[in-house]
Design a protein around this ligand. Sequence first.
Ligand code: PBG
Length: 325
Amino acid sequence: MLIRPRRLRYNPAIRRLVRETELTVNDLIYPLFIMEGENQKVAIPSMPDCYRYSLDLLLKEVVNAYNLGINAIALFPLIAEDKKDNFGRESYNPDGLVPRAVKAIKKEVPEIIIITDVALDPFSIYGHDGIVEDGKILNDETLEVLVKMSLSQAAAGANFVAPSDMMDGRVGAIRRALDAAGYLDVGILAYTAKYASAYYGPFRDALESAPKFGDKKTYQMDGANSREALREASLDITEGADIIMVKPALAYLDIIRRLRDSSHLPVAAYNVSGEYAMIKAAAKQGWIDEKSLILETLTSMKRAGADLILTYFAADVALLTSSPP
Ligand code: PBG
């Protein structure tokens, strides 16, 4: 007798019955780029079909996303050059772009979960995630700015703050400050295992936030390491993170699996700008089938153990998964 695994692949119905992993819009977070001005929807050349939105048009995109079933968005601001400094002061301006965006969205779509990024880079003249002194990125001085930024985002109505800076001790510092100010319901989505990656290039184009000197390797992790990710995870969990994240996703599926197996918190994966751009670029050449590749790629992240996925493909996935395959 021959053992025949193909019996379980016989037709779409049996394949659906035995499928182990389901990609659903419920698990997606949609990152959005925002900018000043009115009636602006500006293309990002290295991220085809992604745009920077002024707040009026952002609201339309958020309503559209919510109607597609997307539960959460993450906001990333393009900051004017004349508002940048070494200390990221604009990042905690209560009337800054991010707090205004959060308030406007909360008014229009109160149910959607808003996640705000906590890091200095879009606000820094040096494009680094912390304060710079003599070519070094200062840790403890930067924590003070991250705390102020988080408080201003919480005051505006953010549901989660998401420190993406990789300074030591930031999750604990932010949690204590949020608690002391009474923001007990504001959560922390921690960029726990954030690697120093060339996959962030298109994102830095979108925000004009590329580092002006050096690289981010003194704070973002070395792509050769995985035990270090477990160490970062245990720190973030002890310091009070609600969700831990691995970033990038595709080249780090093993890290997603290790964090999933070793912790009880939800694990998020960030399908980053470079991963998005690679699919878009190959699809534009006609070299791959875009829709299939989006689903296959994001499903691999779920299979690796991701509970949530941040992806610029969120709206595409909502449409692609709304009817049976
Ligand atoms: C900022 C930040 C970055 C990304 C998210 N938050 C860029 C960086 O660290 O240089 C990258 C996201 C993407 O590439 O899609 N700290």
